[in-house]
Design a protein around this ligand. Sequence first.
Ligand code: FAD
Length: 400
Amino acid sequence: MIVIDAEKCIGCGECEKACGFGAMSVVDGLARVDTNACTLCGACVEACPEESIGIEGTRLSGETSSGLSAWQGIWVAAEWRPTLGIAPITHELLGTACGLAAKQGTQVTAVLLGFGVTDHAQDLIRHGADRCIVVDHPELAFFTDEVYGNVLADLALTHKPAVILAGATPMGRSYIPRVATLLETGLTADCTGLDIRKEDGSLLQTRPAWGGNLMATIVCEGHRPQMATVRPYVFKPTNPDPDRTGEILSVIPKPEHLRHRVHVVETILEERKGPALQGACVVVAAGRGMESQENIDLVETLASLLGGAVGSTRAVTDAGWLPERTQIGQTGVTVSPKLYIGCGVSGAIQHVVGMQGSEIVVAINRDPTAPIFDVATYGIVGDIKEILPLLIKRIRAERG
Ligand SMILES: Cc1cc2nc3c(=O)[nH]c(=O)nc-3n(C[C@H](O)[C@H](O)[C@H](O)COP(=O)(O)OP(=O)(O)OC[C@H]3O[C@@H](n4cnc5c(N)ncnc54)[C@H](O)[C@@H]3O)c2cc1C
C-alpha cells in the first residue's frame, strides 16, 4: 500500500507526473493515491523530492538474510484447482522433496491453499509429506497470484522453511515469483534437477541455460528460503502409502492478505481431443519434416490409433500447423511418455530437453545424420509420407 507522510508532502505534483497509471493526484496541496488504479510500481516513491511517499506492507516482515539456520525443512507448495483437485506435479514434487529431506535429515511439509481442500491433506501425507499446512478459505476458491502469494509468503515468514518447491506450471510461474519478491530471496525457475550440497546442506538447483546448450547449477547463497520451480513430468511421483500418518495444521489467513484487485469472473475448460500432452503414455510429435499442414493428419491418425497425444516442434507451431500448446521443448512443455515417436523432427537440443525423459524414442527422418537418432531407441530412415501410411496400415491390420 502507498503511504503518504502529510507532514513532509509539499504538494509539488512530481508523483502525479511520474505515475503511469493515473493513480496519483494532488488534492488541497497534498498527494493522494487512488488504490484501485495503483499498481505499487514505486515510480511515485522515486519521484518524490521530499521522500514523503513510501510503500508499506509489500514486504511482509523485516526478516533479513541473517540467521539462516533458523530456516529449516522442505516445503512443497501443493497445487489445487477446483476442476482438477490436486495436480500431478504436487506428487512429483513430494517425491523429490522426500529424497532431498532424507539427505538433509529434515522434514517435508506440503502447503495446501484453496477452498474445500482440507480432505486432500491426508492424500499429501500419503504421498510423502510429514506435515500438511492447510489454508482453506472461500477467498482461495479461485486462484489469484496476489492472494495466493501473500498467504504463502506470510506462512513462510511464520514457519521459516529452508526450501520451497513449486511447479513450473502456469499457476506456479504466476505467483511463486511474487512470493520470492515478498520474502526478498532468490528463485530458480524451471529446474530439471535438484540436490543437496554435502558441505553446507544448500539446495543445488539445476536448469537449462544459454538456450539449453548447458546445464547451470544455481545456489541461493545468504538468503532463505531457497526457492525453485520444477517442470512437470521431470521427476517421478511418489507411490502413495495408505498407512502413512502425519500432522495436519489448519491456518486461518490474515484478512489483509486476502485483498485482491483481480476478480475471476468465469473459468472455461478447454476442449480437446485425446489425452493431455503432458501425462500421455504415447506422444507422436510432428516436425518440419511433415512438410505441410495436410500431412499433419497422418500424425493425428497415428496418435489416435495408439491412444496418444499429438506433440510438435517449434518449427511446426511457428508455421501454424498445430497450436502452440502442442510444442515440446525448452519453450514448450516437457513430456516423459512410455513411447515418443518423432516424425520429421531433427532433434535440436531445445526440443530434446522436453522429451529426453521418454522411455522409448522412435525417430523417423530421411536424414540418417539427424541428431534425433542420437537419442532414439529405434530409428527409421525414410520419407515420412511413405513410412507413416505404412505404420498406420500395419497397426490397423494387426487390430483387424
Ligand atoms: C531460445 C530457443 C528456444 C527454442 N525452443 C524450442 C522448443 O521449445 N521446442 C522446439 O521444438 N524447438 C525450439 N526451438 C527451435 C529449435 O532450435 C529448432 O529450430 C526446432 O526444434 C526444429 O524443428 P524441426 O525439428 O521440426 O525442424 P528442422 O530442424 O527443420 O528439422 C526437420 C527435419 O525433418 C527432416 N525431414 C524433412 N523432410 C522429411 C521427410 N519428407 N521425411 C522425413 N524426414 C524429413 C529433415 O531431415 C530434418 O531433420 C527453440 C530455439 C531457440 C533459439
